[in-house]
Design a protein around this ligand. Structure first.
Ligand SMILES: [Zn+2]
Ligand SMILES: [Zn+2]
Length: 254
């Protein structure tokens, strides 16, 4: 004869087994859909940790002191109104440039994997990293401009990494993304060119399709090298009606 509490226990065991199986399946599904792993070392992360683990975050090549106008690393902290020798010689068009990291391993490898290897999971990781830099930037920003790719390069790549980097900023700060500025010439890759050649290469490379009546636009890019791309873009924005321009990029190549 089967007692009532035996029956209850059996039911409980069946329900528990079903629950364990279901949570196991859910965990596998979660792993498959949202593999929350550190983009650099692959360690599984908790929801609260973002996309880069604490260890990798500590080891990233963070820039200490830098010129506020162009983000060039400097040996000692400069007073806020004092800028580096290069900025004193040729005044930048931008109010401020923030690039938290040096373009060194593993940042360079991650950005190349994103751009050339279509490893799109790097975009939200670097995007979150940029989001954390927003308190360093002026408060009056009212639009974002991802550095445009020439349409042919964008069609080949399938996406613009700067647009992907902008997405978390646009979402969190409610800022519009400007889409009406285009690159009118497919400029050759800038890497390996001298500053003078870069300047020549980029002259009149961008055009705004309409007047842009923004107070302060934030140009967003993956890496700033000589600052020539952002300078040309800032000139186009200012000619089109924008009052002030600043720059935010993941890394600074020196
Ligand atoms: Zn890691
Ligand atoms: Zn400078």
């Amino acid at each position: 004869m089967v007692r009532a509490d035996d029956c209850d226990m059996r039911h409980l065991a069946i329900v528990r087994a079903a629950f364990v199986r279901a949570t196991g399946v859910l965990r596998q599904l979660d792993d498959a859909i949202m593999p929350l792993r550190c983009v650099f070392c692959g360690t599984r992360l908790r929801q609260t940790e973002g996309r880069i683990c604490g260890g990798c975050n500590r080891d990233l090549p963070w820039i200490g002191n830098a010129c506020a106008r162009c983000a060039e690393p400097v040996a000692v902290e400069l007073p806020s109104a004092v800028h580096c020798a290069a900025c004193q010689k040729r005044e930048p068009l931008v109010e401020m440039t923030v690039t938290p990291l040096l373009y060194e391993f593993p940042v360079d490898a991650g950005l190349k994997a994103l751009k050339f290897g279509r490893r799109l999971y790097y975009a939200p990781a670097f995007g979150e990293l940029l989001l954390a830099q927003m308190p360093r930037l002026p408060r009056d920003l009212d639009a974002l401009l991802p550095v445009p790719l020439h349409w042919r390069r964008q069609a080949f790549r399938g996406f613009n990494q700067a647009v992907e980097l902008c997405k978390p900023l646009a979402r969190r700060h409610g800022l519009p993304i400007i889409r009406s500025v285009v690159r009118r010439r497919a400029t050759p890759y800038q890497s390996g060119l001298t500053a003078v050649l870069r300047r020549k290469n980029l002259r009149r490379a961008f055009v705004a399709r309409n007047r842009l009546l923004f107070r302060h636009v934030l140009i967003v890019d993956d890496v700033v090298t000589t600052g020539e791309t952002t300078r040309q873009l800032a000139a186009t924005l200012i000619e089109s009606g924008v009052r002030k321009v600043s720059v935010l990029a993941v890394a600074r190549a020196v």
